[in-house]
Design a protein around this ligand. Sequence first.
Ligand code: SAH
Length: 369
Amino acid sequence: MPAPGELVFASPRRAKPPRHLADLAPGDRAGAVVELGEPAFRARQLSMHYFGHHSADPDAMTDLPKASRAALAQALLPPLLTAVRHLDCDGGATRKSVWRLFDGATVESVLMRYPQRVTVCVSSQAGCGMNCPFCATGQAGLTRNMSAAEIVDQVVAAARTLEEGAVGDGPARVSNVVFMGMGEPLANYRAVVGAVRRLTDPVPDGFGMSQRNVTVSTVGLVPAIDRLADEGLSVTLAVSLHAPDDELRDTLVPVNTRWKVGEVLDAAWRYAERTGRRVSIEYAMIRDVNDQAWRADLLGTLLRGRLVHVNLIPLNPTPGSKWTASRPRDESEFVRRLEGHGVAVTVRDTRGREIDGACGQLAAVTVPA
Ligand code: SAH
């Protein structure tokens, strides 16, 4: 039994998602193929199909003997995500996809195409246990952790969509992945780090993205931030701060009662030190709640001189929430004050708002059971 007040992040035991190639480190794949009675080199061929060609279709695997294709694909490339629906907006440049997992749980991912980059926002858990009151995902609670392959497959599905030219003009490639969909990535640590490795290992071992283009966003689970800093990865850490003072943060990000603003920021600075990566501080701008000039100054004081960047997120509406986004003039004053402390600030765009695909709106509630 956990001690009173102790947080337990593990989800209850349930049936596991089917095993998939993307759950396995490259060195473990040959063994899995041999177990199926196939020569070890088929592992590399399968990896090439999945990570290089984004295909799990046995008919396309013409370099494999016909007799082996179906069995290999079934055993190592089982379907993990079933599309429930796709919703497009922003003139066709944004697509939210609702996926059903093997056990009926639903998750969402968002594909955002910009002139110079294409970002996929992925879910790492079905639901979320962090209970932040302004976030729709937090309201429903945690269903379960996703497997590494379930996370990776959202990116591979996005790559296919882009190759088909279904989002934006002409074919394109995924350049960025942000762990900012449903779930708290650092509460599903092993699968998330596994997914990061699969996404950033070179083809055919992995999907071949640059580590620098991957962002892991967290409410601030301090021990997990330290562990991530020791992985030898160059991924960007984003910390959902939302308030510079413990009194308010205790209410906006309930895990703050466990790890305080000072402890979370210290962990962020250790991360920046170990990795050389600039940390991103996320701050949802909530009208008359956390957007006062004095809070901008307090935040500026905490951040000044650090390897940091603030990303202000205009609050996106969520069902039943009494809160709304800051007034434009309060937002610009907040920016001005932070910049006055020498802190770099950007305001995040609100892609996907009208399809409930923006930050904090992913709830998969529109899905029939
Ligand atoms: N659990 C992780 C990943 C979610 S990332 C985390 O909290 O960092 C999504 C980002 O959007 C987080 O910074 C989250 O706090 C923020 N967010 C949640 N609800 C929002 C809303 N309604 N409007 C704007 N941002 C929101």
